[in-house]
Design a protein. Structure first.
Length: 359
């Protein structure tokens, strides 16, 4: 963050899915997924350009395999504070799976820890004992200028990929030898093949159940923490779904029978809002424009990367300390890519908000 920006009372927060950040000669998911040195250099240079041109003060990363390499890159870029709470899984000494989250800051990180699960609430939700986040979220308390300690949460919720292979739920026809997953449908009757479509839908819904459970339990953890600290809250990351749908509604839900009992003020204290919508309703956004997607699948764009804020960033709340003066989706590499520059960038659009301190 430049001195000019600091003097102007602007704090920039960004969320960035790095898309398989792994230094060669290590591989991601499969033994042949290894960047060449030239490809790795191109990927790192792309990240450096993003940091230099956007200059976020706090940035949350998803899909990190090479933790030490990312920490070194960020230290060179002016981020002395860096934390993670997990390690990726490694097999055969070089094949990495289950990437982790990392958070970097230009301001001191006072404390950090993984987010826990309220097992009582989980049990009441009907979740089996032992449920864990698919990627362990982290909470870092950062000393932000003008705001003081602020709890920054970083997440990467369960993907939409089917939770299991549909073929595993269908028994092969009698007389057929068991086939490998993915090829088992060759030994099924037409009727049983037809059932695979319904089972596939169930497998995808299983992922949705996990994603929704993660979001609901995380909000409980955030609320528990806020009771103790009263710190402002920033929640960012790759949500792998739209907030407009029902699966993640627990994060931003407004409909509650408790409003009539506990009151509006109590609700506002624990409410989270989409930073984009806060910006759209602010004095800094006089005209509304279509929201840019942060990810594309089969040429269909969707918003799945978000930054959510507590009431300290809502100008319509009497506790407001800062408001969203800018909301930026960095997407030129997705909508107008240049191969030499963007071929090893990321498949997501990083999102960033500027928070202007209220005078």
């Amino acid at each position: 963050m430049t001195q000019t920006s600091a003097a102007a009372g602007q704090i920039r927060i960004a969320s960035f899915n790095l898309y398989n950040f792994i230094a060669p000669p290590d591989a991601y998911y499969d033994f042949n997924n290894i960047y060449t040195q030239a490809q790795w250099q191109q990927k790192c240079d792309w990240i450096r350009r993003y940091l230099a041109s956007n200059d976020p003060c706090v940035i949350g990363f998803q899909e990190v395999f090479s933790i030490e390499a990312l920490q070194a890159l960020l230290a060179e870029a002016g981020y002395p504070y860096f934390v993670t709470v997990d390690r990726p899984e490694v097999s055969d000494d070089f094949i990495y799976r289950h990437p982790v989250l990392a958070l970097a800051s230009k301001y001191p990180i006072l404390s950090y820890e993984p987010c826990d699960i309220d097992q009582t609430v989980a049990s009441l939700m009907g979740i089996a004992p032992g449920f864990q986040y698919s990627r362990l979220p982290l909470r870092a308390t950062i000393a932000l200028p003008h705001l003081g300690p602020c709890d920054c949460y970083l997440v990467h919720f369960k993907s939409k990929r089917a939770q299991f292979e549909p073929e595993l739920a269908v028994t092969p026809d009698s007389g057929s030898e068991p086939a490998a997953t993915g090829a088992q449908s060759d030994s099924l009757t037409i009727e049983k093949r037809g059932a695979l479509f319904a089972i596939e839908a169930a497998a995808k819904w299983a992922s949705s159940l996990i994603r929704g459970s993660e979001a609901s339990l995380l909000r409980v953890a955030i609320a528990r923490r806020r009771i103790d600290t009263r710190y402002p809250v920033i929640l960012m990351g790759d949500f792998n779904d739209s907030l407009a749908g029902g699966v993640l509604s627990a994060l931003v839900s407004e409909d509650s029978r408790l409003l009539g009992v506990l009151g509006e003020e109590a609700f506002q204290d624990y409410r989270l809002q989409d930073a984009y919508l806060l910006h759209e309703r602010s004095e800094y956004s006089p005209t509304s424009v279509a929201r840019a997607p942060t990810h594309y699948h089969l040429n269909r764009g969707e918003v799945i990367d978000y930054i959510l804020l507590s009431n300290e960033f809502d100008p319509h709340n009497h506790q407001c300390l800062a408001q969203v003066s800018q909301y930026h989706t960095y997407d030129s590499h997705l909508i107008n890519p240049q191969y030499d520059r963007d071929s090893h960038s990321t498949d997501h659009a990083p999102v960033m908000v500027s928070l202007k301190i209220r005078e």
